[in-house]
Design a protein around this ligand. Structure first.
Ligand code: AMP
Length: 139
């Protein structure tokens, strides 16, 4: 398996070298907004320690991420009055992965509303507001 690249964009976010909209963090995980949101409230949960994806993550990294996914998903459902949540994880290029630091996509979903296309930059002020709305719904 390819080695972890310490210069991937999420590693830079974790080091504070590029900005992000924080939703939640604890000792082991960080949750921030996706800047090309495919749904209102689209956010990402990552471990603070390095791993590429589901194929090299340790059980401890996965457990920590899932605890945060559960917390944030419930808050996002409340914040967006969502009908459901879609959780996505892509591993390696063939699996659809573009950033090679393990991450889980959380999408608040509404009945009958499809995800938007990938790769379209969002409005940063709107995204900032969505981060605040999810953070406010965290208990
Ligand atoms: P994937 O690796 O295919 O699961 O997707 C990577 C995700 O990272 C995409 O949804 C991008 O929109 C998102 N993304 C890329 N750069 C940034 C960034 N600087 N801040 C937040 N999200 C990002």
């Amino acid at each position: 398996m390819t080695a972890y690249d310490t210069d991937n964009i999420f590693a830079k976010i974790l080091r504070g070298e590029i900005p992000s909209f924080t939703v939640y963090e604890d000792d082991e995980t960080y949750c921030f907004m996706d800047i090309m949101p495919r749904s209102d409230g689209h956010c990402l949960v990552i471990p603070k320690t390095p791993c590429r994806n589901i194929l090299d993550a340790t059980p401890a990294q996965l457990a920590a991420c899932m605890a945060t996914v559960s917390k944030v998903a419930n808050a996002a459902k409340v914040a967006f009055n969502a009908d459901g949540i879609t959780l996505q994880q892509f591993s390696e290029a063939a699996g659809g992965q573009e950033v090679f630091h393990l991450h889980f996509h959380i999408h608040p979903r509404h009945d009958g509303l499809p995800l938007r296309p990938a790769g379209v930059m969002g409005d940063m002020e709107v995204i900032k507001g969505h981060a605040a709305a999810i953070a406010a719904a965290l208990t």
